[in-house]
Design a protein around this ligand. Structure first.
Ligand SMILES: Cc1cc2nc3c(=O)[nH]c(=O)nc-3n(C[C@H](O)[C@H](O)[C@H](O)COP(=O)(O)OP(=O)(O)OC[C@H]3O[C@@H](n4cnc5c(N)ncnc54)[C@H](O)[C@@H]3O)c2cc1C
Length: 480
């Protein structure tokens, strides 16, 4: 793995509280065809764009510019769209210095009544015009991307055929569509800058076929990676990508996501065998067969992976699975500086040890974790490792890394082998974003990522931390 990801979380004085995923899922179940009394008129409607996956392409200068820009953050109330549009659009600066919110203009179109009636026939009760629900779907959480519009309608298709009919109609009426999975993406991916139809895949969550001998599974796009792994556990199998808690398999394909195990198993690109996709005209295509070794024709699967809903709506996914390792060991250790910790991560990778996870958490992140979870971890830069394999192999790797750590000013090397202790450690790590709200309850979060070659890791962290320490922002950093 030649790249390392560094995730930055800025906490700034607050606009709206963060809704967690369970609340989000609860909202999904509230569907009504009655317009809300506060529903905006078409004159409230504005616009914007599509983004790329931050985990794969953010650049360092942009992250630094944003950190500088965030110094001028103003406290906000949570205004209605009409209030915020007038004041914000006039003097808008798009990203970069002086801007803490990313706004891109779009266009506005009256939603055709005829289309609405046709959608109601297809979706029956699974359609919503409720203002709060549309607002929730249109407004990204923990993101500096500003929602300047919300979807006109939300539909919850139950089958590929329904998706196909919906997309075909929207194409005929030239109305934009935004597929919607777990809404855990953080760079405004699910914004609806031109209104239109939000296609929420929450009603398509089935496991359609499990082939234990072939180590693959065929699933609906709306199923979450966490639910899938619960289903797979009794079969001794698991799916190795773990992005945000609540992310759906369809959204993970669309963002070409990674996860903490990417260092060992690669990204979504490496773990999807085949897809079924509804194209813009409503046609359904299957991108490949289940056979693992096939190079015939264009690689349509990889064309769709990472296309962020712009090339089609993913309606079925065949995933490559892994065997749950016989043994795993989770280790943690502390360092006087982030640079020391980064050097150990590099030295470990260079030693040829195939760690399954290595994560660096800075002292701010550890402090937040302590507060949120009632823990007492030393509040200093910390590395977390996971080693897997046979018992003997996992332990041997643990001892080699322990030696590397001691050679780089590391201390307090501890490790856990009990399943519950390991599960808890990774859960705490995965929920670190929400832990930050326990540390700074009246602030809102802005997350961003940089991706650099391994050899640049220590430098980018040191430089960025220097700038951030000089700012008024509360900022934590974690890398993997
Ligand atoms: C705490 C936290 C940790 C995270 N960690 C990671 C990480 O380690 N690695 C990483 O890569 N990301 C990470 N993420 C980001 C996020 O979880 C991933 O980008 C994830 O893949 C998004 O999946 P989703 O189902 O939430 O997609 P959504 O946010 O719902 O949608 C994302 C994009 O996919 C499109 N889309 C959704 N479903 C479909 C479909 N069926 N067909 C076509 N297009 C579709 C949407 O239109 C949108 O463009 C993290 C987020 C959080 C909050």
């Amino acid at each position: 793995m030649s790249n390392f990801f560094s995730s930055w979380l800025w906490l700034s004085r607050f606009r709206s509280s963060s809704l967690n995923h369970s609340f989000h899922r609860a909202l999904h179940s509230i569907t009504t065809a009655t317009p809300h009394k506060n529903a905006p008129t078409s004159s409230n409607f504005f616009n914007s764009h599509r983004t790329n996956n931050p985990w794969t392409n953010w650049s360092i200068p942009l992250a630094l510019a944003l950190s500088a820009g965030s110094l001028s953050l103003q406290p906000h109330s949570d205004p209605s769209f009409s209030d915020s549009l007038d004041s914000d659009i006039s003097g808008v600066s798009i990203g970069g210095k002086g801007s803490t919110q990313y706004v891109v203009k779009g266009s506005q179109k009256e939603f055709p009544q005829e289309l609405l009636e046709e959608l109601k026939i297809i979706c029956k009760d699974n359609i919503s015009l409720d203002y709060d629900e549309r607002y929730f779907h249109g407004k990204p959480q923990n993101s500096f991307h500003k929602a300047v519009n919300i979807p006109d309608v939300i539909v919850y298709p139950r089958s590929e055929e329904e998706v196909s009919k919906i997309v075909k109609l929207c194409n005929i009426h030239k109305i934009p569509i935004v597929p919607y999975g777990g809404a855990t993406s953080i760079e405004g991916h699910t914004l609806s800058p031109n209104g239109g139809v939000c296609i929420d895949m929450a009603s398509m969550q089935k496991v359609k076929a499990l082939h234990v001998d072939d180590m693959d599974v065929v699933v609906d796009p709306g199923i979450g990676w966490m639910e899938l792994n619960e289903y797979l556990e009794p079969f001794g199998l698991f799916f190795p990508l773990d992005p945000g808690p609540g992310a759906s398999i369809g959204g993970m394909c669309a963002t070409r996501c990674s996860g903490s195990l990417a260092v060992r198993y690669g990204t979504m690109r490496d773990n999807v065998i085949s897809l079924k996709v509804v194209l813009a005209n409503g046609d359904i295509v299957k991108t490949a067969s289940r056979a693992r070794k096939s190079a015939a024709g264009y690689d349509l699967t990889r064309l769709m992976i990472g296309s962020e809903g712009t090339l089609g709506v993913i309606t079925e996914v065949t995933l490559r699975l892994q065997k749950i390792p016989q043994c795993s060991v989770v280790a943690m250790c502390n360092f006087p500086s982030v640079k020391d910790a980064a050097d150990v991560a590099i030295a470990t990778m260079m030693s040829g040890i195939q760690v399954s996870r290595v994560e660096l958490l800075d002292e701010v992140q550890i402090k937040a974790i302590n507060i949120a979870n009632g823990k007492n971890f030393p509040e200093c830069p910390t590395l977390m490792f996971e080693f897997i394999g046979t018992e003997a192999y996992a332990r041997e790797q643990t001892q080699i890394v322990r030696k590397i750590v001691s050679e780089h000013n590391g201390s307090d090397f501890v490790f856990a082998e009990e399943p519950e202790a390991k599960k808890e450690l990774w859960k705490i790590r995965k929920e670190a974003l929400w832990a930050c709200f326990a540390m700074a309850p009246n602030m809102e979060a802005m997350i961003s990522d940089v991706c650099v070659p391994l050899s640049h890791l220590a430098d980018i962290i040191s430089r960025s931390k220097k700038e951030l320490d000089a700012s008024s922002l509360v900022c934590d950093c974690s890398c993997w």
